[in-house]
Ligand binder design. Structure first.
Ligand SMILES: Nc1ncnc2c1ncn2[C@@H]1O[C@H](COP(=O)(O)OP(=O)(O)O)[C@@H](O)[C@H]1O
Ligand SMILES: [Mg+2]
Length: 232
């Protein structure tokens, strides 16, 4: 799993389009998106609301399909992966962090972090050491047995990040991860992204409106008119 890419390019999108069709007709959200991300980079994805950031992240993470164009993630051509291989790819290769933490309310912090391991068929007992290590990285040792309702918003989002990192994904896709956090908690989350990037070697692509978060990444990709341009 993980890091066996052919080159040090981890994401390569070439001419990616996405068109939605509804009652009102066809709507092209992505109109030829091309960019690449090197392994180990932290990249911000910025652009106004509705620019297509979420759509692009979902396609990169194998949750949605492009209408045309090619996408390689970790050397795999996502258009050519059959559904079973795609779900395998997602669980091994991608970590998702969303605006809403999506923690399971009836599970403790440590149990929530273990879930990606349990989905892959490991017993809870086998998952605990890894979950404890991640709790420690996140500065949440004391909250291991707290339920989501007993955590602050910032702590919940750090548990969600730990859960995303559980399977040691090569690529972390985060969609407005600080959208519900105050300034201090946003700063903490940024620091943890950088720490995971440095110590655990994860590559990050982070869609965000938070300027400080965007500026904390190595570089920015700017979405406009269904395309992506490089910034800074
Ligand atoms: N499943 C869908 N069906 C139709 N339109 C969609 C769908 N998903 C997203 N869109 C439209 O695509 C555009 C881009 O959405 P999105 O990717 O969520 O943008 P962003 O994350 O940058 O705010 C929006 O106009 C949105 O309404
Ligand atoms: Mg969005």
């Amino acid at each position: 799993m993980g890091r066996e890419t052919n080159s040090d390019t981890i994401v390569r999108a070439d001419g990616v389009t996405k068109t939605f069709t509804d009652e009102a007709g066809e709507y092209s959200v992505l109109r030829g998106v091309s960019f690449s991300i090197a392994e180990g980079e932290t990249v911000a994805l910025i652009g106004v609301s509705g620019a297509g950031k979420t759509t692009l992240l979902q396609i990169l993470g194998g949750l949605d399909k492009a209408s045309s164009g090619s996408i390689e993630v970790g050397g795999r051509d996502l258009n050519r992966l059959p559904a079973t291989a795609l779900s395998h790819f997602r669980s091994q290769f991608i970590g998702f962090v969303f605006q809403f933490h999506h923690l399971l309310p009836d599970f403790t912090a440590i149990e929530n972090i273990c879930i990606p391991g349990m989905i892959r068929g490991r017993a809870k007992k086998q998952c605990v050491p890894r979950a404890e290590e991640l709790l420690n990285v996140m500065g949440l040792d004391r909250q291991a047995n707290h339920y989501p309702a007993e955590l602050s918003g910032g702590e919940r989002q750090r548990v969600a990040l730990a859960r995303a990192l559980f399977n040691d994904p090569a690529l972390v896709l985060a969609d407005e991860p600080t959208g519900n956090l105050d300034g201090e908690n946003s700063r903490q989350l940024l620091a943890l992204f950088k720490k995971a990037n440095k110590e655990l070697k994860q590559t990050f692509l982070v869609a965000t409106h938070n300027e400080r978060l965007a500026e904390g990444m190595d570089r920015m990709l700017y979405m406009e008119d269904g395309r992506v341009a490089r910034r800074s």
